[in-house]
Design a binder for this molecule. Structure first.
Ligand code: SAM
Length: 210
């Protein structure tokens, strides 16, 4: 058995399990695992899913919460009951504005599984992934309620630690998680952040109180 065979077998096993259990994507198991461990989505939460196609994470979110769920992706998705979907590019200011308006209020959890198109050039793919993760953090800043949670996929590389610092400046608990359902060969990790309390926002509200 070669290493490659083991990796492919591992991947196929999750793929078959997803088909059997009715999930649109095997990535559903990553969010299930993250939520089992970190409890980032609770029953009455309003949740936003960035880069949600084909909808595996949306299915998991619908199972976990009876609150409102909002998704966005470049690609179309098959409609899913209880989910408000917008098709568009999260890196466009116009689309972000439209999405935030549609969400129309504070959100408890923002998750992002957005992936760039893979070029095969490691540093370019890493930089593009950091850019998408920054867009996700910007969206979290616009939407999250105080105490809210955030999960974002990032490809590891030299820009990762400064990205992590940006997340740490906003949340009281930040962990880096490597789900079992990720391919062993992949450089992807998930940043799990809980309890949103951006220092600048807190400073502003304290100044107002004084
Ligand atoms: C790995 S897939 C997400 C899978 C999803 N979590 C699921 O369980 O079905 C990554 C998605 O990110 C989306 N994406 C990448 N860049 C984006 C952008 N700028 N705006 C919106 N979606 C984007 C891609 O179209 C792709 O569908």
């Amino acid at each position: 058995m070669t290493k490659r065979w083991i990796q492919e077998h591992h991947r196929d096993a999750y793929h078959r399990k997803a088909q059997r259990e009715g999930y649109r994507a095997r990535s559903a198991y990553k969010l299930l695992e993250i939520n089992r461990r970190y409890r980032i989505i609770r029953q009455h939460d309003r949740v936003v899913d960035l880069g949600c196609a084909p909808g595996g994470w949306l299915q998991v979110i619908r199972q976990l919460t009876d609150g409102n769920v909002f998704g966005i992706d470049l690609k179309r998705i098959e409609p899913l009951e209880g989910v408000t979907f917008i098709r568009g590019d999260m890196t466009s200011d116009e689309v972000q504005e439209k999405f935030i308006k549609t969400v129309g209020g504070r959100i408890n959890t923002v998750v992002s599984d957005m992936s760039p198109n893979i070029s095969g050039h490691y540093s370019m793919d890493h930089a593009n992934s950091i850019y998408l993760a920054e867009m996700a953090l910007k969206t979290a800043d616009s939407l999250l309620a105080k105490g809210g949670n955030f999960v974002v996929k990032v490809f590891e590389g030299d820009l990762f630690s400064s990205y992590l610092d940006q997340v740490k400046a906003r949340f009281s608990m930040v962990k880096v998680h490597n789900p079992k359902a990720s391919r062993k060969s992949s450089s992807e990790v998930y940043v799990i952040a809980k309890n949103y309390y951006p220092k600048e926002r807190l400073k502003e509200s304290r100044e107002k109180e004084e």
